[in-house]
Design a protein around this ligand. Structure first.
Ligand SMILES: CC(=O)SCCNC(=O)CCNC(=O)[C@H](O)C(C)(C)COP(=O)(O)OP(=O)(O)OC[C@H]1O[C@@H](n2cnc3c(N)ncnc32)[C@H](O)[C@@H]1OP(=O)(O)O
Ligand SMILES: O=C(O)CCC(=O)C(=O)O
Length: 394
């Protein structure tokens, strides 16, 4: 039986939390370009900066909101991150923003040791400053910093006060990245049962669980999520946009309206602008994630692609690549060489299988076409009769 997938609103914070990655600092032009690429890819909301940082940041934010407006149709809304203070809200005015996120710590630890405050004061401040921000025409999200370490009673109380004061959304921040999916689901479900507000999940990747926790939050009723391109962000980063968007699609958990085909280009630009690299094996965008070397896998792929394909790389505009190496089998060797225009017989393939093992241990990479031709020549020179037969031929 088919069912309608829930719409999940992506609020990408590459330009705010992403830029908090130590050492990362985008120029105004880079931020504008990133915002335009995110809008073109169909991301409906962007958190674009922190007005309290001062005039330069505010000018950049204005440049972003103006550029998004000019690129008709404007489909992407913008949000500023603010501390829950009059001053921060005042700095967000006249920047063309749709939303402010008013952030307040909600764990006992941070309320006491960071703000020198009390839960009662947090509640009173939430009520007052949500109303204050509404007076400026902003839509308001209340950012619950360190929510994963907070008492559920206080989270519910903050949500209640926020809702009554006129906020549209609460953000549940796993600020330290200490949640796992089961606990995430439990906490978000409890909040879901308690508030009619939109709930936004903000996950950090300190335990490598940001994507999993984001999906768990959606299962439990979160309506929007924070992401960053390539998982940029504080420490181990945030939930990567590309992972979450593709996972929601592949796992049939939700629709985002994001054009997945644009993700590689968008993420590549974000890498360049951030001066960062992702590992070869980074899900979705890593150079090696659709590359296959193992003999049994390539044999299976050649017989039927679905033998070793969880989802098609074409979903993100990429394709499978076959390489040879230490783990190659005869079927892979003959296929790869045939693509180079070199027909090998079974014995030559077996000899190459042995040669490739030695070559790979020495070079610690996949042989390129030049190296493959040289290896084929070495087989011809050595002659097939000298091949050791210790592995047999299939
Ligand atoms: C979990 C997160 O990612 S939260 C976002 C964090 N992002 C950043 O910090 C990046 C941008 N930050 C900055 O450029 C600067 O920190 C600024 C401009 C915001 C503030 O700079 P400064 O005025 O020099 O203050 P500084 O950073 O030293 O201290 C932060 C102050 O904000 C207060 N504060 C922190 N969070 C909040 C909050 N949610 N609500 C109200 N006050 C807060 C702290 O208690 C501290 O106040 P204090 O000096 O009275 O003790
Ligand atoms: O309070 C918020 O808006 C979340 C801030 C944040 O980036 C975090 O807690 O990790």
């Amino acid at each position: 039986m088919s069912h309608t997938l829930p719409y999940v609103r992506v609020n990408d914070t590459t330009l705010r939390d992403g830029e908090q990655t130590p050492g990362v600092a985008f120029t105004t032009d880079e931020k504008v370009q990133l915002a335009l690429l995110l809008q073109a890819a169909g991301v409906p909301e962007l958190e674009i900066g922190i007005p309290a940082m001062g005039a330069a940041e505010q000018q950049t934010m204005l440049a972003i909101t103006s550029a998004l407006q000019a690129a008709k149709p404007k489909t992407t809304q913008t949000m500023a991150w603010c501390r829950m203070t009059e001053f921060d809200i005042s700095q967000a005015v006249n920047l063309g923003l749709d939303w402010v996120d008013l952030s307040t710590p909600v764990s006992r630890q941070q309320i006491r040791s960071k703000l020198n405050s009390t839960p009662e004061q947090v509640l009173a401040r939430t009520d007052r400053l949500v109303k204050h921000a509404l007076d400026f025409g902003f839509r308001v999200c209340v950012g619950m910093e360190d929510a994963s370490r907070a008492d559920m009673d206080l989270l519910c109380a903050v949500a209640e006060v926020a809702e009554r004061a006129g906020a549209s959304r609460i953000r549940f921040a796993d600020t330290l990245g200490i949640l796992e999916p089961f606990r995430t689901q439990q906490m978000i479900s409890q909040l879901r049962a308690h508030t009619g507000l939109e709930i936004e999940m903000h996950a950090h990747n300190d335990l490598g669980l940001a994507t999993a926790n984001t999906l768990a939050a959606i299962d439990a009723g979160a309506t929007s999520i924070n992401t960053t391109t390539n998982g940029l962000g504080e420490r181990a980063g945030n939930a990567p946009l590309e992972e979450v968007a593709v996972a929601l699609n592949v796992l049939s958990k939700g629709t985002t309206g994001i054009d997945l085909l644009q993700l590689p280009h968008l993420c590549q630009y974000a890498l360049q602008a951030s001066g960062r690299q992702v590992s070869l094996q980074k899900a979705i965008v890593g150079a090696g994630v659709f590359t296959h070397e193992s003999g049994i896998h390539i044999d299976g792929l050649l017989k039927d692609i679905n033998n070793y394909q969880g989802f098609s790389p074409a979903l993100v505009g990429r394709e499978h690549t076959l390489v040879l190496g230490k783990h190659s089998g005869v079927n892979a060797i003959s296929t790869v060489y045939r693509r180079l225009g070199i027909e090998l017989d079974s014995q030559q393939c077996q000899q190459l299988r042995t040669t490739l093992r030695q070559w790979s241990e020495t070079h610690k990479c996949s042989p390129d076409d030049v190296a493959l031709r040289a290896l084929a020549q070495s087989v011809a020179i050595l002659g097939v009769s000298s091949v050791g037969e210790e592995y047999g031929s299939n």
